[in-house]
Design a protein around this ligand. Sequence first.
Ligand code: ADP
Ligand code: MG
Length: 345
Amino acid sequence: MDAIETESVTVSYDGVAAVADAGLSVREGELLALLGPSGSGKTTLLRAIAGFERPDSGTIRIAGREVVGPGTWVEPEHRRVGMVFQHGALFPHLTAAANVAFGATRERSGELLELVGLAHRARAFPHELSGGERQRVALARALAADPAVVLLDEPFASLDPALRESLRGEIADILRSAGATALLVTHDQAEALSLADRVAVMRAGSIEQIGAPDDVYLRPRSRWVAEFVGEADILPGTASGGIVQCELGPFPAATELDGAVEVVVRPEHVRLEPSRPDGQGTAIVLDQSSYGHDHVTRVRLPSGRVLRSRRLGFATWPDGSAVQVAVETPLGVLPAADRHGATAR
Ligand code: ADP
Ligand code: MG
């Protein structure tokens, strides 16, 4: 039994679908990240699961119980969901302990503050807490009523980057040690990939792909997912019998595609080496950008296509250098965008 199941859920505002035929399942005990660009319908789907939006159609089950369906509607307070919003939304006139106790006994409230590492701040009011502390209190409060699932809507978005990174690790640890099932909404790819057991990628109201972080990253199902979840350069190629041929050479690929394909090249899989004396297969360095811990080199391939290479450390190739391009597999393979030949099975 899954903790959350949505089937063909559609939610519209003024006749325009914000969520369109969305199917999603969250397994018990997992942390699933719902990842998508701003406006893709993440908050709306979360609110529909919580009971704050009424779908036009579709079914939602929480812990095996139908809460939305033809002829079924369960009020939000009876759905056994805990919510954490972008801004903690704590009661400003209540202490941290009282905020948590709002949904629990005093004893349980003490345990939960301990769980989120804030037992010593029990008597503080929200304005006396840092942004990160407020979010941890909000999580303790969401856990207080012993929910079947915790829904978190961009809970780190209002924090500065350094704090965001440490808090998201802490929140994931807390959720795991509480044995909670969580659905975390984010537009941040790194956040989704680093925290979640599985990632559901949402695009224009629908779930485009769902899978383990590595799976989504290394085997994107569409060009859109490839380009949204990380950096990607796309090269045309041909697949046959598990071998894909493209400008970078032949390489094995776990694909059943046959015919024209698109090869997804992640910049960190591209290595540049000194060019061969005969100049065969040479690429030309266009420019380099340094990011401190790594740098990106753009090269022009013999075909004229531009490819990026992301490597650790500082830039080394002068602009205009002739280099040899090597790639580390596995590379993602997609059916070609045009209609010539590729057959997906
Ligand atoms: P996300 O959380 O992925 O950024 P939202 O679910 O907030 O996306 O929004 C999805 C779409 O629905 C957007 O086009 C947004 O403008 C629209 N929308 C969201 N809430 C409302 C609302 N209360 N009334 C009308 N349109 C809305
Ligand atoms: Mg949102």
